[in-house]
Design a protein around this ligand. Structure first.
Ligand SMILES: Cc1cc2nc3c(=O)[nH]c(=O)nc-3n(C[C@H](O)[C@H](O)[C@H](O)COP(=O)(O)OP(=O)(O)OC[C@H]3O[C@@H](n4cnc5c(N)ncnc54)[C@H](O)[C@@H]3O)c2cc1C
Length: 396
């Protein structure tokens, strides 16, 4: 059996992105090569390429892409269609888009690093920083900037009544996040909205002199650099070519199916069953996990990993079941074989607001081990050592 992962030339370790914004030598942790993920004699392969379309039993990669030097498309069916990859089972784990510098809309690591260097230079040359959005990203970004540049003014403007206002998290955690930032010298403005010309989810960083007017109070704030730290989104358009199997040869069925029925109408995240299969019996061989799916209410790496384990387990079960019953893949939809149900992760969040600390919420211990917990678990290296190790690489 082949496992195929499809991605950019390197894995982006977004959790370290704000530290890399303020600390140049930390940027080497950001992009992890896939080269050692599998041993040379492994049956599994990494294929570099962006999936453009998903069909019932194959995906199509973007034709315009250049393959990387270490991972090449020529390892896979070059004699037929190098852009086509067939599958028996598919896991969609395409993640989310978060405004830069948390994530970059780039094809390769070199371009990402260049943009990061530019953002760092702009930040160094700025004195009054405004961050829009007080979720986990905005809080970590504000904390890192203020710690590295204590003389610069840093303001977080958040439209909600509390920072990190996620479902399932207690008020104590939200208050603690605010207290931590304010103690560092960050100004936190809640229940306010602003619109800044030129700043958006797609253009998340702006170096410009702006007078920013708060919508409710009318107060103005002078700023020479702005970050848009809100509006995580998912791109699920690649599902638009997906059709139930019989529909491939039947125009009638084709018209009856709308891929949008697989998506959450508001967020466009992929709707899944508790088994993480797509929420439509026609696609029992396709799973969606991580940020791109609606499996968990709060999107974390912890939830993505846990969902990955459930999906992998269920695929193995489906394969074993098919083998034992000598069934074809299509009849699996009607199989009564018991698949694992994904259990939502319990609220656990570690906000690393600087290299020495932050705020933590743990399922049993709550928020009280905040700073110590953040320091012990995450703040120092932002999981870089762990992620490089998982990819069988030595951390640089
Ligand atoms: C700044 C920041 C800090 C965070 N801190 C934490 C933390 O401390 N703890 C925690 O648990 N979570 C944290 N998170 C959240 C966590 O990073 C995500 O929930 C997690 O990465 C989701 O994993 P994923 O596999 O779903 O998506 P991703 O990690 O985004 O991976 C998706 C991959 O799919 C690739 N891809 C996308 N589209 C395609 C396509 N069409 N074809 C081929 N490949 C494609 C992408 O390039 C990417 O490599 C943080 C997030 C950010 C932004």
């Amino acid at each position: 059996m082949d496992y195929i992962f499809l991605s950019r030339d390197k894995r982006f370790h977004c959790i370290a992105s704000y530290r890399a914004l303020v600390q140049k030598d930390f940027a080497k942790n950001l992009w992890i090569p896939y080269t050692n993920l599998f041993s040379k004699d492994s049956a599994h392969r990494v294929v570099r390429g962006t999936v453009k379309n998903i069909f019932y039993d194959h995906v199509i990669l973007d034709a315009g892409e250049q393959s990387s030097s270490d991972i090449t498309l020529s390892t896979y069916h070059p004699e037929t269609d190098p852009q086509r990859i067939n599958f028996d089972y598919l896991v969609i784990a395409t993640g989310s888009q978060v405004p830069a510098p948390a994530k970059w809309d780039v094809d390769n690591s070199a371009d990402g690093l260049k943009l990061l260097d530019q953002a760092r230079e702009d930040l160094e040359a700025s004195e009054r920083i405004v961050i829009i959005g007080g979720g986990a990203c905005g809080c970590e970004e504000a904390g890192e900037i203020k710690y590295r540049y204590p003389k610069k003014s840093v303001t977080v403007i958040h439209e909600g009544p509390a920072l990190v206002d996620y479902p399932g998290y207690p008020q104590s955690f939200k208050d603690e996040a605010r207290r931590f930032l304010e103690n560092q010298g960050v100004e936190v403005i809640l229940n306010e909205r602003v619109e800044i010309e030129g700043l958006s989810r797609e253009n998340g960083i702006q170096k410009a002199d702006r007078t920013i007017k708060l919508k409710h109070s009318g107060r103005t704030i002078q700023s020479d650099m702005q970050f848009f730290s809100t509006g995580m989104s998912v791109d699920t358009q690649l599902l638009s070519t997906l059709l139930p199997f019989p529909a491939v040869s039947s125009d009638k069925n084709k018209d009856a199916f709308d891929f949008k029925s697989l998506l959450d109408p508001k967020t466009k995240a992929i709707l899944v069953k508790s088994t993480l299969q797509l929420d439509n019996d026609a696609f029992q061989h396709i799973f969606a996990i991580g940020d791109v799916s609606k499996a968990d209410p709060v999107l974390t790496a912890q939830a993505a990993v846990s969902a990955g384990e459930t999906a992998a387990c269920n695929i193995v079960k489906l394969i074993q079941n098919a083998k034992s019953k000598h069934e074809a893949k299509d009849s699996l939809c009607h199989s009564s074989y018991k698949l694992e149900k994904y259990q939502h992760t319990r609220p656990l969040m570690v906000l690393a607001m600087n290299p020495k600390g932050g705020v933590t919420h743990l399922p049993v211990l709550g928020t009280w081990f905040g700073n110590l917990g953040a320091w012990l678990v995450k703040s120092n290296d932002l999981f870089s050592g762990r992620f490089w190790h998982e990819m069988n690489m030595h951390r640089p």
